[in-house]
Design a protein around this ligand. Sequence first.
Ligand SMILES: Cc1cc2nc3c(=O)[nH]c(=O)nc-3n(C[C@H](O)[C@H](O)[C@H](O)COP(=O)(O)O)c2cc1C
Length: 148
Amino acid sequence: MAKLMIIYYSRTGNTKEMAEEVTKGARVVEGVEVVCKEVDEATSEDLLSSAGIILGSPTYFRQMAAELKSFIDKTIDVYGQLKGRVGGVFSSSGSPEDGEKCLISLSEVLDCHGVAVLGKVLAVVTPGEREREECRKLGEMVARRILG
Ligand SMILES: Cc1cc2nc3c(=O)[nH]c(=O)nc-3n(C[C@H](O)[C@H](O)[C@H](O)COP(=O)(O)O)c2cc1C
């Protein structure tokens, strides 16, 4: 079964809440295995074995958190092997302007790996109902696209 991998880092729980909603949305779609991992459990093999990849991070100094970047840097071992996959990104930030910059940095990572970014979700600090719904929609959209 095709797999959708959601990988995130969260220190104070806001990005984690978003990851849970993305997962919930994706699980609505039958025929896709949805796996959600904290970044310290993730491996390059997780990316290689997935048709969809969604990354989430808090905004730290207008970028993704070092914990996620450290994982990303290790994925150089599968560079060139992820082309054609689909994905998305999400972040929780203190301000919308800085959060947008983090979303761009996350998108650049997927783009660099040849993964098409279908959607981005930003929550300013704690996700409200609107952002939670956007997260669910992101998960569902990417899962549906995996099925074609
Ligand atoms: C080290 C650090 C750096 C941060 N840098 C920014 C920043 O540049 N811009 C911003 O809007 N918020 C910044 N924040 C706020 C976080 O993005 C925000 O609190 C977020 O909700 C944390 O997500 P989490 O609960 O998933 O850990 C920073 C927080 C920390 C701890």
